[in-house]
Write a protein that binds this ligand. Sequence first.
Ligand SMILES: *Cc1c(COP(=O)(O)O)cnc(C)c1O
Length: 398
Amino acid sequence: MQVSDCQDPTSTAAIAPYAWIERALETLHRADWYRRVQTIAGLPGAVVELDGRRVINFASNDYLGLAGDARLIHAATEAVAAYGTGSTGSRLLSGHRALHRQLEQAIAQLKQTDDALVFSSGYAANLGAIAALVGPRDLILADQYNHSSLKNGARLSGATICEYPHGDCTALNQMLNQQRPQHRRCLVITDSVFSMDGDLAPLPAILALARQFDSMVLVDEAHATGVLGATGAGGVEHLGCTGQPLVQVGTLSKALGSLGGYVAGSALLIDWLRNRAPTWIYSTGLSPADTAAALTAVQIVQQEPARRQQLERNVAQLRQVLAPHFSLLPSESPILCAQCRTPAEALAIAQQLQQAGIFAPAIRPPTVPTSRLRFSVMATHEAAHCAQLAAVLTTIPN
Ligand SMILES: *Cc1c(COP(=O)(O)O)cnc(C)c1O
């Protein structure tokens, strides 16, 4: 190729280097894979205003109803007044506040670990933790249904990645047998509550295999923290694995009603992450408002078990409402998924529900292998909300 080819004005590539975007978007439309945002007005809650209409909200990750809680709002407002809006730098430079340390200690206490470290999001916590723990000489074994942040964290680390079929410890055992001896370190990574299905990872069995094969385990408690376990510590507690040698990751943005992420574990692990997790070292510290709101939420989780108990009753009630109309995916969490045959069917039912005042989104490929309506339950849903859903479902052809 000659240099002059690069400047050829008749080359289509040179004239329209971005033309592929329009064609690629058209392909998404044709497959019913196209996504768009919908606007929510006002405070978050069990009932919200969506695109100008009041709807019952089965789409939120705010499981305990804390994102609109007056105590979190007050804590965030006070923190802004006292410390300003931004934390102004990396935690290692100008961005570290006593408030961050208080939150980390509260998370460690909730999780019953030595220590914890807060990141600017759960996504960043996963990317940073995985990249700090393994590298190109190492092995990652990952559940096929893991969250995007775990998948991309694995890629970022440069480790060899083997995905095992969802929840399949027999396959995990085989892969460990075949692959473990060829690698320096090994990390098994899994969601605890799977975010788009609602079922749980077989954590005790995974931990037993990890022990046998000298492997680390990273578990993502994003949808479990504040929701599962006797004290709200999460899936690890619920499954009887408290105190096991684990790297526990989670988010402050779901049941805790704020924004940010964390890693909880041994003192040495957290010390290592402060020195080696790129998304913590080279990213601005969590804002004072988010930090203070999350700290208040952790306290509420510990002081108000009644919220969790109400949530559990609401899940049972919603399950009863949905079961006659849909085939539900197996779930042990507040995430209930109604299976649909095609993306178009999922979209059509979601649209009909929305017109009838029910907000439950269609989840489609490539996020998940099969289309579904995803209902997430909140502690602040009332019996009347479920009754209205039940009435609407009888009017929708299926
Ligand atoms: C939401 C979610 C995350 C990301 O957390 P953010 O704080 O929203 O970035 C990570 N893992 C899982 C399983 C999630 O559902």
